[in-house]
Design a protein around this ligand. Structure first.
Ligand code: ADP
Length: 340
């Protein structure tokens, strides 16, 4: 039964009882002596007052239940088509208006989530299109006999396959981090040797472009972190710097520790990034120059992953850049005492 009907029945019963009491009171008042007559008259007036108050109470409650019924109907429309409907809040600052605002807030989250999901699917499809088209093209030419099945002809296929698997791995990591399900296998590791290890891994890539990588720092302490994730952050930042500086460029990784935190920055003298791009750099698949940077082999997720990994360790990351001068990525990580 609807709340308004239920309320109507309750007040109807209440009215009948009140009317009965009033009627009996008046009947008695007519046959009783004057003293008692006054008491019964009072009772009758009180009963009439009760009926009037009841009627008012009914009107107020009926208005509320009507608004609640309309809210329930609108909320149902929102549930079915969140992009098309919103709930009317009305001018009142009461509880019904508060519920309407909460419903609209939930609707906004729902539509944002849907938009983000659609955007993600579009981005992933876009990222996969190029490598899959290249693999398919090469295979088709080989099948037609226009290209021989020689190792050097297979290399581009292998590169694209690696790119796809890197993209899948990156998306998996990012998804875990963004949903707060990233598990950190923390241990104590010395920072300087870890950095040297990453620099030596990337040295080959740097040599190919005649890029010089320097490290600068005195701190010989240990970090309590997940080594694989820290290495990934370093690879992404230093790898980007090597990729985006022109031939013969320079990359510097400088670090220093102060009580409670380790700060490091990866600086390059590359082309720099225009200020209007800086707020979006850490968003997934954001690229300053979409087509050129896609050709450079990145997945467009490197900085988004670096940010999630740094934040999972309780740290922070930010970018600083000047067009034509270069770019710096600054990272701060919390340091814990070795022996508390
Ligand atoms: P990608 O895989 O495309 O490198 P990232 O998330 O690592 O994706 O970087 C996002 C974008 O930020 C890059 O496409 C590039 O435009 C810009 N970027 C990142 N690092 C640098 C840098 N050191 N110098 C100039 N631009 C950079």
């Amino acid at each position: 039964m609807r709340a308004q009907t239920k309320l109507g029945w309750i007040l109807f019963g209440y009215g009948i009882v009140a009317f009965g009491i009033g009627y009996v009171a008046l009947r008695f008042a007519l046959v009783l002596p004057p003293g008692r007559y006054a008491v019964m008259q009072g009772l009758a007036v009180a009963t009439v007052a009760c009926i009037v108050i009841g009627a008012f109470a009914y009107l107020i409650a009926a208005t509320f239940t009507r608004r609640l019924a309309s809210l329930a109907e609108q909320a149902n429309d929102v549930r079915q088509h969140p992009a098309l409907h919103a709930v009317e809040v009305g001018g009142g600052g009461d509880e019904v208006a508060a519920i309407a605002r909460v419903v609209n807030d939930l609707r906004a989250r729902l539509t944002d989530g849907e938009e983000a999901r659609n955007q993600l699917v579009a981005d992933v499809a876009h990222e996969l299109r190029t490598p899959v088209a290249i693999i398919r093209g090469h295979l088709e030419t080989m099948l037609k006999g226009a290209e021989e099945l020689r190792p050097e002809n297979l290399l581009p296929l292998l590169d694209e396959a690696k790119r796809v698997s890197r993209l899948i791995q990156d998306m998996r990591d990012l998804n875990l981090a963004e949903s707060g399900r990233l598990r950190l296998d923390r241990e104590w590791i010395a920072f300087a040797p870890t950095l040297d290890e990453i620099v030596s891994i990337l040295a080959l890539e740097a040599e190919d472009k005649d890029v010089t990588i320097r490290t600068e720092g005195e701190w010989g302490g240990e970090l309590y972190c997940d080594p694989a994730r820290l290495k990934q952050v370093l690879v992404n930042l230093i790898g980007n710097a090597i990729r985006y500086v022109p031939e013969g460029g320079n990359v510097l990784v400088a670090y220093e520790a102060s009580p409670g935190e380790l700060r490091f920055r990866v600086t390059d003298n590359g082309p720099g990034i225009a200020p209007e791009h800086l707020p979006y750099l850490f968003k997934r698949f954001y690229r300053v120059e979409a087509s050129r940077n896609r050709m450079s082999g990145g997945t467009g997720l490197g900085l988004a992953i670096a940010k999630e990994f740094v934040e999972a360790h309780g740290g922070s990351i930010r970018a600083e850049s000047a067009l034509g001068e270069g770019t710096s990525f600054h990272v701060v990580l919390p340091l814990f005492p070795l022996h508390p």
